[in-house]
Design a binder for this molecule. Structure first.
Ligand code: GTP
Length: 598
């Protein structure tokens, strides 16, 4: 029977341990793509992913493999992202599998996300196949890594597969191990359809493409499917698998991973984590949904050209299809006009969304400084959630503000414990505990305000530990904090989009820093521009952007032609990301100034 020959698995790893490269080798070995056609890292299909070398969206590919036992097997390889911002996508894809290849770099060993992902796999009852990759490196220490996996994760690693995705070593063995170790899917084909949506992608020709794992039953073209969360029904127009291009099939059955299209036009209907069933023969209970991903970081997004508001709206709607974690709602700013408050999983996610909006949808955007969400109790006893600093009520109306705190696990060699603790302390952290993971490595646990983490914590951590530390965190609770709103005034006018929230103890320093930075990034004009930072009515810092000197302007227009053209072009390029607020032009960098302080 076909089901017995199916293997559904994911590859999980800490970032850069070689997950995508291993996936490529597996594709190559199973002749899913000829080498000639193969671009580097086929699974990372967005340009952006390729450029940044990170996996963002998950992808499912069907592969055929003839094993040493002479039988043909069907592999469904589900790629997962490696960055901490995207851990929710990892959990979604894992729920579609029976097994996981846990890839660990032979030179780096177990890192924070190796642990986090391994636990996710264990939670999903997956069979874990440990893979020690990059054994070709001179610094590889596979035996040591094997011990680490056993000690730190608590699984048997004595039979880990040793691979070099670079040279291809060990890949044949890996394929055999997928056959022998990953269990075949179970699930009754005769029962009513029960399938889990683990991803949905918008395609301008086919509408919404649902990536599903069929748990029970069967689905084919012409069936009327029902999405159980909202009871919406659609007629199936195509089912099939990615191999790696879309290939139509007669049906998808229990155990399969594949796609369904059903001329679903509105992006809002398809809830990732939802269960698909048949309208006329429904299953009685939906599958337990996935952990819902909630945004942790918010920022305002405004088109530079106010006329592009609707374009931005449409673009966000389309992106949301590929990206269940993205949230947005309309927002107006006195300074920037009409735009959206957009919720992201983290700063990388924000960067990715911004780049996609600009590249794929040709939009020029101004993004305001990111913020977390605050829970506020007002003096009148009202509870409100504030994700836009400009909307924080007056200090006199606030009884209490609570901010999100994360539990951060930082793995470092013991030599760096000191610097790590110093850094955490500086970021308002509260020490929780510290464990020796093995003879050399320590897991330092801190409670830290999310606000401090989203700024440059990760970069600081890396530079304080020579790159040896790895980080994993999740939001745990909201705690009262002494926070104040800092307003920024340009030319005497408060610019709402530049407001930010800061801890009282850091307020003065931050105010001074940001004012001096704004002075650098705001271009000179014909008149002087005072830049001020204020808490309530109190000005805490001040600087002045000087006016052009006459001779500077003269030089600008008097110089030789090429130089002048160059200047003009440079100005034009700069203009694109500039917003006129009152009489002052504010460049994008100004809104991000808060990010680059410390
Ligand atoms: P994300 O997709 O960002 O999570 O990273 P990843 O885990 O998929 O890592 P990726 O496959 O992109 O590999 C990271 C780097 O390691 C790349 O520069 C690879 O060329 C390199 N690499 C992967 N496997 C090997 C290996 O076996 N040996 C050596 N020497 N380098 C490898």
């Amino acid at each position: 029977e076909r089901q017995k020959r199916i293997r559904n698995f994911s590859i999980v790893a800490h970032i850069d341990h070689g997950k995508s490269t291993i996936a490529d080798r597996i594709l190559e070995k199973t002749h899913t793509v000829s080498k000639r056609d193969m671009k580097a890292q086929i699974l990372d299909d967005l340009d952006l992913e390729r450029e940044r070398g990170i996996t963002i969206k998950l992808n499912a590919v069907e592969l055929e493999y003839t094993a040493k036992d002479g039988k043909d097997y069907i592999f469904h390889l589900i790629d997962t992202p490696g960055h901490v911002d995207f851990s929710y996508e990892v959990s979604r894809s894992l729920a579609a599998c029976e097994g996981a290849l846990l890839v660990v770099d032979a030179a780096q060993g177990v890192e924070a996300q190796t642990l986090a992902n391994a636990y996710l796999a264990i939670d999903n009852d997956l069979e874990i196949v440990p893979v020690i990759n990059k054994v070709d490196l001179p610094s590889a220490q596979p035996e040591k890594v094997q011990e680490e996996i056993e000690e730190m994760i608590g699984i048997d690693a004595s039979d880990s597969v040793m691979t070099s995705a670079k040279t291809g070593l060990g890949i044949d063995e890996l394929l055999e191990r997928i056959v022998s170790d990953v269990p075949a899917p179970e699930g009754d084909i005769t029962k009513p359809l029960k399938a889990l949506i683990f991803d949905s992608v918008y395609d301008s020709y086919r509408g919404v493409v649902l990536n599903v794992r069929v748990r029970e039953g069967l689905v084919k073209v012409g069936d009327t499917i029902e999405l159980m969360s909202n009871k919406k029904t659609f007629e199936v127009t195509d089912v099939g698998v990615m191999s790696p291009k879309a290939v139509s099939r007669d049906y998808l059955m229990a155990g399969d991973v594949g796609y369904i299209t059903a001329s679903i036009k509105s992006v809002v209907e398809t809830q990732v984590g939802d269960t698909v069933t048949l309208a006329d023969n429904p299953t009685d209970e939906p599958l337990t949904g996935y952990r819902k991903s909630t945004p942790m970081v918010y920022a305002g997004m405004y088109p530079v050209d106010n006329g592009k508001y609707e374009d931005l709206h449409e673009a966000l709607e389309k992106l949301k299809l590929n990206d269940a974690a993205l949230e947005y709602e309309p927002e107006t700013s006195q300074a920037l006009g009409f735009g959206f408050r957009v919720g992201f999983l983290g700063l990388l996610h924000m960067d990715v969304v911004q780049e996609r909006l600009e590249r794929e949808f040709n939009l020029d955007l101004i993004i305001t400084s990111p913020s977390v969400d605050y829970h506020v109790t007002t003096t009148s006893g009202e509870e409100i959630v504030v994700d836009n600093p400009a909307e924080l009520p007056d200090a006199s109306e606030i009884k209490e503000v609570r901010e999100p705190y994360v539990r951060a696990e930082i793995m470092v060699p013991e030599d760096f414990v000191g610097p790590v603790m110093e850094l955490c302390q500086r970021k308002r952290g509260q020490f929780v505990t510290m464990d020796y993971l093995d003879k050399y490595r320590v897991n330092v646990i801190y409670k830290l305000p999310l606000l401090e983490i989203i700024f440059d914590f990760f970069d600081d951590l890396k530079s304080n530990t020579k790159g040896y530390a790895s980080l994993d965190y999740r939001v745990e609770e909201y705690e009262p904090s002494e926070l104040v709103k800092m307003d920024i005034l340009l030319n005497g006018e408060s610019v709402d989009a530049l407001s930010f929230i800061v801890h009282k103890d850091f307020a003065y320093q931050r105010g001074r820093d940001i004012v001096s930075r704004l002075k650098e990034v705001i271009p000179r004009q014909m008149f002087e521009i005072p830049v001020q930072a204020a808490i309530g009515n109190k000005i805490v810092a001040r600087a002045t952007v000087k006016a052009y000197r006459k001779d500077v302007t003269a030089k600008l227009y008097g110089g030789d032609r090429t130089r002048r053209d160059k200047l003009l072009n440079k100005q034009k390029a700069g203009k694109k990301r500039m917003k006129e607020v009152g009489k002052v032009s504010i460049p994008q960098e100004a809104f991000m100034s808060v990010l680059n302080l410390n």
